[in-house]
Design a protein around this ligand. Structure first.
Ligand SMILES: [Zn+2]
Length: 134
């Protein structure tokens, strides 16, 4: 796989500045290992090539071997939910990959129900963790 097809954003010609790369480096060093694993697997198409390199390097530094990443990719591919356009939503409570979806209400000021909407949740924030995704 060529480096240009691994990162859709890089193909637009925008190059990350040194400041951007330093910010990504700080994020990666402080990121949860499972967050990094999601980003180099199921969210790979959303990542900049430079960010992917930093994340893969950090995972290697943490002792995560390529075979473990492959196993994680296979496992997560069957768990995550997809929107109809094929994109992977993030949890409405945090930024993790969503594994559950549930109808709920968009609430004005967080209280007054305005209209129904699909809400997405990660493993940790799923309100009905024992039920499969709808
Ligand atoms: Zn969450």
């Amino acid at each position: 796989m060529s480096s240009q097809t691994r990162s859709g954003r890089a193909s637009f010609g925008a190059k990350l500045s040194d400041v951007d790369i330093e910010a990504i480096r700080r994020f990666v060093m402080n990121a949860d290992t499972f967050d990094l694993l999601d980003r180099v697997t199921v969210l790979r198409h959303e990542m900049e090539l430079e960010a992917l390199k930093l994340m893969e390097s950090e995972l290697d530094h943490r002792g995560i071997e390529p075979a473990m990443i492959q196993d994680y990719r296979a496992e997560r591919a069957s768990e995550v939910v997809f929107r109809s356009d094929g994109s992977i939503p993030r949890c409405c409570e945090c930024d993790r990959v969503a594994v559950r979806k549930k109808w709920g209400w968009h609430r004005m000021y967080g209280k007054v129900p305005v209209f129904p909407m699909v809400k997405y949740f990660c493993d940790e924030h799923a309100p009905d963790r024992d039920q499969p995704a709808e």
